[in-house]
Design a protein around this ligand. Structure first.
Ligand code: MN
Length: 210
């Protein structure tokens, strides 16, 4: 891998006022690139550096895993949003929301509620688990790509993700994320090729220990 953070898919002020330019600047330049700097320092000259970011996330543990997963998760987060996004989706995503989550309203409630109730740092995700759309959270840096659970969408639950604009109001941040920011075209593209036959029920929170 080349140890370069992917460019943002929009200008840093493009999500304002949902997310301010200053908040995006600090989050992207300091936090996201900071994880990459730590990853590079940890593996720069070693054979691990020849692997893809996904391979490192799926094969590493400890400091290496934490920084690699944070780099991957942040790129996925930025690419989950667009200016003027949010609201109810259409097409296959909407159909699967009806089948699996009680429609868009059910998705929105589960996404916000799971994110608010998640203790401390982590991520809230829309994933495909056993062929069904599900909302899950992961602690700290952990990522669904460590499992056979394809992610479709994520919001960052670390305080640095929302404190500049929303102070301690994580719920308000997640409401704005759903109503004004989600890039449903990107979600639909991520869903392409992922089988969704439906299947077993499972707990709302994936617990991953590594
Ligand atoms: Mn973050």
């Amino acid at each position: 891998m080349d140890f370069e953070v992917a460019p943002l898919p929009y200008e840093k002020n493009a999500l304002s006022p949902a997310l301010s330019e200053h908040a995006v600047e600090v989050h992207y330049e300091k936090h996201h690139k900071g994880y990459m700097a730590k990853l590079k320092a940890a593996i720069g000259g070693t054979p691990q550096g020849q692997r893809s970011l996904e391979e490192i996330v799926q094969g590493a543990s400890g400091t290496l895993l934490n920084n690699a997963a944070q780099v991957w998760n942040h790129t996925f987060f930025w690419e989950s949003m667009k200016p003027g996004g949010g609201g109810a989706p259409s097409g296959r995503v909407a159909e699967l929301f009806e089948r699996d989550l009680g429609g868009y309203d059910g998705f929105r409630e589960a996404f916000i509620d799971s994110g608010v109730k998640h203790f401390a740092s982590g991520w809230v995700w829309l994933v495909v688990h056993r062929g069904m759309l599900r909302v899950v959270t992961t602690p700290n840096a952990l990522s669904p790509i460590m499992t056979s659970t394809p992610p479709l969408l994520t919001a960052d639950l670390w305080e640095h993700a929302y404190y500049i604009d929303y102070e301690n109001r994580r719920e308000a941040f997640l409401e704005t994320f759903c109503d004004q920011l989600i890039d449903w075209d990107r979600v639909a593209a991520r869903l392409e090729g992922v089988p969704t036959p439906g299947g077993e029920e499972f707990a709302d929170t994936i617990v991953m220990n590594k």
